[in-house]
Design a protein around this ligand. Structure first.
Ligand code: EPZ
Length: 422
C-alpha cells in the first residue's frame, strides 16, 4: 500500500513537459496488433494501463517492449485471439482489443469488461456496430465469443451516441474489412484522430477522423511505421488546475493547445491568464479564483468529463458558486465526499453538483476511488492548509505518469510513502 503525503499551500512554478496521452496510447497499442508489422510508438506514457496493454500484446503473441519513452511492437506472428479474465480485470478499457483481435484474426474472446467506479460502462454500441461489420457475438458464461463467419465487410454505421470506444473499435475492425465503412455520429475526441493518423501511417485509408462522419476504405497492405502519440490533454489541464488553485505560474511544453480549447473558458472565468505559443501553454493564476458559473460535461468538443473533478476543485476554492452537470457517466462524483472532508461546500442531486467556494480547504486523509477523481484530490491537497494524505494510488498511477515527481518539480510539497500494512 502507498499514499501521497502532501503539504499544501505552496505555489506551483516552473516548466513541465506534458506526458503522452493514455487515451490515445491504449487504442494505438491495440492497433499495432492489427497491422502484422513493426510499430515504434514514441511518447508512449509509462502507466499501469499502458503496462497492462503491453502484457495483453505479449499474451496474444506480439513482441512488445519498452525503449525509453517508446514502445516497440512487432505483430507479424500473433498466436492467440483471447484475452484472459485476469488481464481484462487489470484494465477495463481492454475492450479496445476486441476490434483489434477481430481485425487481425476475424475472431476474439474476452470476458465482458463490466463496469467500474464511474459507471456501468455498457458496450451495446460496440457490439451492434461490430455486428454491422459481420461480427457475430455470443455471450457464454460472462465471456464474449466473437466470430465473423462470413468475413468482415464494410457497412454504414450510425452511432446512437458518439461513443469514443465504439468509434475506435469500429476503426480497428473496419480497416481489415472488405468494402468501405462510413461511421455517422462518430466520436470527435482528438484521440480518434490520433488513432486514425497512426493507422493511416500504417497504410490504412481513413478520412474525416475528428469529425462526426468518418470513412474507412480497404487498404492495400499495412506498413511498419514510427509514430508519436499525441500529448495528454486531460493531464495538461490537470497540471493547469494545480497551478490555478495554488496561485502559481507554469509553462507546459509539448502540450496541444488546440485540444484544450473546451476547458479554456473554465480557466478564463476563474481569472487565469492562459497563453498558447505553438506547442506550449503558460498559465498565470490570480491570487484568488472566481468560480466558473456552469460546467456541463459533453462529448468533444464539449467540456470533457475527465476534467470535471479537477474543475470542481478549482470551484471549491473560488469565490462564488459553480454548478456542475455530469452528462456522460452516471457515477462520477465519488471525489465529492472526500472534498467535503477537506472543507468543501458541495451538494449533489442526481447528476448535478452545486459548489459554493470557500476561502481555504484544510488537509485531511482522503481516498481515491477512480483515476480522475484521485488526481483531483491531489490537486485539492496542494491548495489545502496543512497536510493531506491520499490513498488509492493504484487508480492515479493508471493515468498520471510520474505525478508526484512532476508536481514536486513545480514546487509542490508531495511525496509517495510506502505503508507497511497491506
Ligand atoms: C473513453 O471511455 C475514455 N477512456 C474515458 O476516459 C472518457 O471519459 C470517455 O471516453 C469519454 O470521453 C479511454 O479512452 C480509455 P464512451 P469510453 O464510450 O470509450 C455510454 C479516463 O479517466 N456508452 O464515449 O468508455 C457510456 O456508458 C477515462 O481516462 C453506452 O451506453 O467512453 C457513457 O455513458 C474514463 N454504450 C458514454 O456512452 C456503449 O456501447 C460515454 O462512453 C458505449 C458507451
Amino acid at each position: 500500500m502507498e499514499k501521497f503525503v502532501i503539504e499544501g499551500g505552496r505555489r506551483l512554478d516552473g516548466e513541465l513537459q506534458v506526458q503522452g496521452s493514455k487515451n490515445s496510447a491504449l487504442p494505438i497499442l491495440a492497433a499495432a496488433a492489427v497491422t502484422g508489422k513493426s510499430s515504434i510508438l514514441l511518447n508512449c506514457p509509462r502507466l499501469r494501463d499502458t503496462d497492462a496493454a503491453i502484457r495483453i500484446l505479449r499474451h496474444i503473441g506480439c513482441e512488445a517492449s519498452r525503449a525509453g519513452d517508446a514502445v516497440i511492437v512487432c505483430s507479424d506472428a500473433p498466436k492467440r485471439y483471447d484475452i484472459p479474465e485476469a488481464l481484462m480485470r487489470e484494465m477495463r478499457s481492454s475492450i479496445i482489443f476486441l476490434g483489434a483481435l477481430l481485425g487481425r484474426f476475424g475472431k476474439a474472446e474476452m470476458c465482458a469488461p463490466g463496469g467500474c467506479a464511474i459507471g456501468l460502462r455498457p458496450i451495446d454500441l460496440h457490439l451492434s456496430a461490430l455486428e454491422a461489420l459481420g461480427v457475430h457475438t455470443e455471450a457464454c458464461g460472462g465471456r464474449l465469443c466473437c466470430t465473423a463467419p462470413n468475413g468482415l465487410h464494410g457497412a454504414r454505421i450510425t452511432l446512437a451516441f458518439p461513443s469514443v470506444g465504439a468509434t475506435e473499435n469500429i476503426l480497428l475492425c473496419a480497416v481489415c474489412a472488405e468494402g468501405e465503412t462510413v461511421i455517422h455520429n462518430a466520436a470527435r475526441e482528438p484521440e480518434i484522430a490520433d488513432l486514425a493518423a497512426f493507422l493511416n501511417r500504417c497504410g490504412a485509408c481513413i478520412q474525416g477522423a475528428g469529425s462526426d462522419t468518418v470513412s474507412v476504405t480497404p487498404r492495400e497492405q499495412f506498413l511498419s511505421c514510427e509514430y508519436t502519440i499525441m500529448p495528454d490533454r486531460i493531464m495538461a489541464a490537470t497540471y493547469l488546475a494545480a497551478a490555478a488553485v495554488t496561485g502559481g505560474s507554469i509553462l507546459l511544453r509539448r502540450a496541444a493547445p488546440q485540444d484544450l480549447l473546451p476547458v479554456m473558458p473554465c480557466f478564463e472565468q476563474a481569472g487565469c491568464a492562459v497563453r498558447a505559443v505553438k506547442d506550449t501553454l503558460r498559465l498565470n493564476a490570480p491570487p484568488h479564483l472566481r468560480s466558473a458559473k456552469l460546467i456541463r460535461t459533453m462529448p468533444y468538443p464539449g467540456f470533457p468529463t475527465d476534467f470535471q473533478a479537477s474543475a470542481m476543485v478549482m470551484a471549491s476554492v473560488a469565490s462564488g458558486t459553480g454548478v456542475f452537470v455530469e452528462t456522460i457517466f452516471e457515477s462520477r462524483y465519488k471525489h465529492v465526499p472526500e472534498l467535503v472532508r477537506m472543507g468543501a461546500h458541495i451538494t449533489v442531486q442526481n447528476n448535478v453538483a452545486v459548489v459554493e467556494g470557500v476561502p481555504r480547504l484544510h488537509g485531511a486523509c482522503v481516498q481515491a476511488a477512480d483515476l480522475r477523481g484521485g488526481a483531483a484530490l491531489v490537486t485539492a491537497g496542494l491548495a489545502a492548509e496543512g497536510i493531506t494524505t491520499v490513498t488509492g494510488l493504484a487508480h492515479i498511477d493508471r493515468g498520471c505518469e510520474r505525478f508526484e515527481t512532476n508536481l514536486a518539480l513545480l514546487g509542490a510539497g508531495i511525496k509517495r510513502v510506502h505503508l507497511d500494512v497491506e
